[in-house]
Design a protein around this ligand. Structure first.
Ligand code: TRP
Length: 455
């Protein structure tokens, strides 16, 4: 059926795929988003639902995406076209590819803005702005920054240019360097921060907050947030991992690779939570439900009160920025490869056009925190609408379609030849996950959320 290599390039080893996919998965979702939505949704119960969604929905859907990508070896849209033809299925299923392209645009547009915040914090930290800072100082610095649209726009622009630069160089050349060195250093630094939080913060309360299950704290809409975040943090539901799967060698085991990626991603998120919440509980003026500024208001306090903290803090935000870049580039890959295939266009031209488009869309998010903060649709700012639509609607919907397509529609021989097994325990576990647990789980959360919000 499809070729054994992709025209866009190939990972040079299994390790490189793991690094690239982990680079895509680990990003602002783990360090910025996971802590603040956990704080807003009351802690333990939310964390548990999130962990269940990763294991029961995220892992099977990630396997399905890698399998689809490798079976088709093209952009997600053309991969789906090929597989639909091969299976004799309805061309409706290519909607997965199209919706993914759209979701990728929406997410990247605001992702680059928040990543720009992180880039600007490199210089704030290095300049010693947080020396001896307390909660009031860090909150004021963040507030002043948000109130300056031009400054936010500047860093948004810087980040977008850097992303497009790497994307234009091509997946393998652009990525290899970034993920091989920076990801491991980030992990070490994050663990160091957990150590700091354990000594100087209120570690016991943070543990209790993160790991005590109190069902009364969780609504269906909180459950949808946790599920949407499971997709977001693993980069699922829009074809990013499908696109990366297209460059994976045929003899690599999909199940064990995917489990490695999921575990690493979860470990980073929990470490971020364990670094941030002890500070929240120990510092006056900070609360768990702080919102989007949580990471920016807490971690600089730790750095500001450590010897050598300015340098360490700057290094930390450099690494967060790199983690964000290795995620951002995967958001463009589905659209980019499609345009290259369809119009035989040069990779760098497409990269620049996509970048300009997302940059423009991102201005809406820049202004959501200042000039447009009162402009609301259903009570949500521009940023909140884009965020909501992408991770609470489009990603889970994309995930549902992927699960049903692979679990029920796709020719069994394709699935079996990709996974390397077609019976036994592993197969039943996979089959149960992809055909039943994942689709049913997603539908149940959608339905109950709708019923609860309108009922
Ligand atoms: N997973 C990344 C993070 O946690 C964000 C991301 C990259 C993403 N690619 C994606 C989210 C594709 C959804 C879909 O920061």
């Amino acid at each position: 059926m499809a070729d054994d290599v992709s025209r866009h390039g190939m990972w040079s080893s299994r390790l490189l795929f793991v690094l690239a996919a982990t680079g895509s998965a680990v990003g602002l979702g783990n360090i910025w988003k996971f802590p603040y939505i956990t704080g807003e949704n009351g802690g333990g119960a939310f964390v548990l639902v999130y962990l269940i969604c990763i294991a029961a929905i995220g892992i099977p859907v990630m396997m399905a995406e890698v399998l689809l990508g490798r079976a088709g070896r093209q952009s997600p849209i053309n991969t789906l076209r090929t597989l639909v033809k091969d299976t004799g299925a309805s061309s409706f299923w290519t909607v997965i590819g199209w919706m993914g392209v759209l979701a990728g645009f929406l997410i990247l547009s605001y992702y680059a803005v928040i990543a720009g915040w992180a880039v600007s914090y490199i210089f704030r930290l290095a300049g010693g702005a947080f020396a001896g800072a307390d909660g009031a100082v860090s909150t004021a610095i963040f507030g002043d920054f948000m109130a300056s649209p031009w400054e936010v726009l500047l860093w948004h622009t810087v980040f977008m240019i850097a992303t497009i630069f790497i994307v234009a160089r091509g997946v393998v050349r652009g990525l290899q360097v970034a993920v091989r060195w920076l990801m491991p250093i980030l992990l070490v630094l994050l663990l160091g921060l957990v150590g700091y939080a354990a000594i100087y913060g209120d570690f016991a309360r943070a543990l209790e907050f993160l790991f005590t299950f109190d069902a009364s704290k969780l609504s269906w809409s909180g459950t949808l947030t946790a599920m949407g975040h499971a997709f977001f943090t693993l980069s699922l539901g829009m074809g990013a991992i499908m696109a990366y799967g297209a460059y994976l060698q045929s003899n690599t085991s999909i199940s064990s690779t995917v489990i490695t990626i999921g575990t690493l991603d979860t470990a980073v998120a929990l470490a971020a939570g364990l670094a941030i919440f002890p500070i929240v509980f120990a510092v006056e003026g900070l609360v768990p439900g702080e919102g989007v500024g949580l990471m920016f208001q807490t971690l600089p306090i730790a750095f500001g009160n450590l010897p050598g903290g300015s340098i360490l803090g700057a290094l930390f935000f450099i690494l967060v920025s790199f983690a964000a870049i290795t995620s951002a580039i995967s958001l463009t890959e589905p659209a980019l490869t499609y345009l290259v295939e369809q119009y035989n266009a040069k990779r760098w031209r497409v990269a620049i056009s996509l970048g300009v488009f997302c940059w423009l869309l991102g201005i809406g998010t820049v202004l959501s925190f200042n000039t447009w903060s009162d402009a609301k649709l259903f009570g949500l700012t521009f940023f909140e609408v884009v965020d909501y639509l992408s991770y609470k609607v489009m990603l889970p919907l994309g995930g549902l379609l992927i699960a049903v397509f692979v679990g029920w529609v796709l020719a069994r021989r394709t699935v079996v030849s990709q996974l390397g097994y077609g019976d036994g325990k592993k197969w039943s576990l996979w089959e149960t996950g992809i055909a039943f647990v994942a689709p049913a789980g997603i539908v149940i959360v959608f339905v109950y959320t709708i019923v609860q919000s309108f009922g």
